[in-house]
Design a protein around this ligand. Structure first.
Ligand SMILES: Cc1cc2nc3c(=O)[nH]c(=O)nc-3n(C[C@H](O)[C@H](O)[C@H](O)COP(=O)(O)O)c2cc1C
Length: 329
């Protein structure tokens, strides 16, 4: 498998990504994956009322359309988050839009929510065989403006809630213009109120999580906590990628537009977990994500105060063996 990882490093990032996931899917369908990657023993956790097989999950973006749920589930993840999905399919930004740096264990992406649309994802949820927890991360189409953006979230929630175990409302991608404005007090109140109404109207009982940016100030996080605690949201996912590239040594990469993930994001996103934990009197369950590359960084996240952990960049750089490396140490 190390051989394949080396080959993937030389391919353009998006081609490598789809080739890697299609290879995993092929191995899954040929019933070979379970022999290559035996699942670690389960270590069940209860998070927001859900029984999760273990604390490690995939972060949104890895499987945007839910096309790879069964093969990812076979690798031993405790839970999967699919999406970000938008009401209508969209192509995202022009390529190149993903940049890897293996020396610094980092990725910069400006994909811009490329996805096949919520209906495609729902079909995949209906036909999945994986029995573990699958959350769906929802967003807004690039062309939606003002109130239409709120409607986009509501549309996705209405379409997925019967088939998802939890829903993540993603307001933190830096690659959809102005999406992060939803962190502002007036906007987050409008969004959360509209979602609360939708939850009551449809009698939605699954957990709702808010995925936040690591680039918010403490004051902004305080406001978000205040709004969340009073709302029907259950918890927070901290964090998405950062637009702050100052932690990168590679000066050329620092100039690349997009969101930075991987090791250089670790401290910034972990600090947000600590902050939320300290300000919310343990009232808000947290999923931690950002920079987990091994069992040490995994445990650092947990110590900071999150109950579950997600990975993206670590999985891309180290391959599927990272699941066992983290869960067995
Ligand atoms: C190529 C790429 C695509 C991503 N797409 C999404 C996405 O669609 N929705 C989302 O909420 N986060 C997305 N993310 C952010 C990840 O879910 C995660 O929050 C971030 O990468 C930090 O975790 P990591 O350091 O383990 O990668 C993406 C990240 C990468 C690298």
């Amino acid at each position: 498998m190390n051989f394949f990882l080396k080959v993937f490093k030389f391919l353009p990032p998006e081609i490598a990504h789809s080739l890697a996931l299609n290879s995993l899917n092929f191995l899954y369908k040929a019933r070979l994956l379970r022999f290559l990657y035996t699942k670690p023993e389960s270590n069940p956790q209860v998070f927001a009322g859900m029984l999760v097989e273990n604390m490690l999950g995939t972060a949104a973006g890895l499987d945007k359309n839910g096309d790879y749920i069964d093969c990812l589930g076979e690798l031993g993840f405790g839970f999967l988050e699919v999406g970000t999905v938008t009401p209508e399919k969209q192509n995202g930004n022009p390529r190149p839009r993903v940049f890897r740096n293996f020396q610094e264990n980092a990725i910069i992406n400006r994909l811009g929510f490329n996805n096949k649309g919520v209906d495609h994802l729902v079909e995949n949820l209906k036909s999945k065989k994986f029995r573990g927890i699958v959350g769906v991360n929802v967003g807004a189409n690039k062309w939606s403006k003002g109130k239409e953006r709120i409607q986009d979230y509501l549309t996705c929630i209405e379409k997925v809630y019967k088939y998802a175990d939890y829903i993540t409302v993603n307001i933190s991608s830096p690659n959809t213009p102005n999406l992060r404005d939803f962190h502002d007090e007036r906007n987050i109140i409008d969004l959360v109120n509209a979602i609360d109404l939708q939850v009551s109207k449809l009698n939605i009982e699954i957990p709702l999580l808010l995925k936040i940016s690591p680039d918010e100030s403490d004051e902004s996080i305080d406001k978000i906590i205040e709004v969340i605690v009073k709302s029907k949201f259950t918890g927070i996912i901290a964090t998405n990628t950062t637009i702050d590239k100052s932690s990168l040594s590679d000066s050329k990469l620092r100039e690349v537009e997009g969101g930075l993930s991987g090791e250089p994001l670790m401290h910034k996103s972990t600090d947000k977990i600590k902050y939320i934990k300290s300000r919310s009197n343990d009232q808000i369950p947290i999923i931690g994500v950002g920079g987990v590359m091994d069992s040490q960084s995994f445990h650092e996240k947990v110590q900071a105060g999150c109950s579950l952990v997600q990975i993206y960049t670590g999985f891309v750089i180290k391959g599927p063996s990272i699941v066992k490396e983290i869960l067995l140490n």
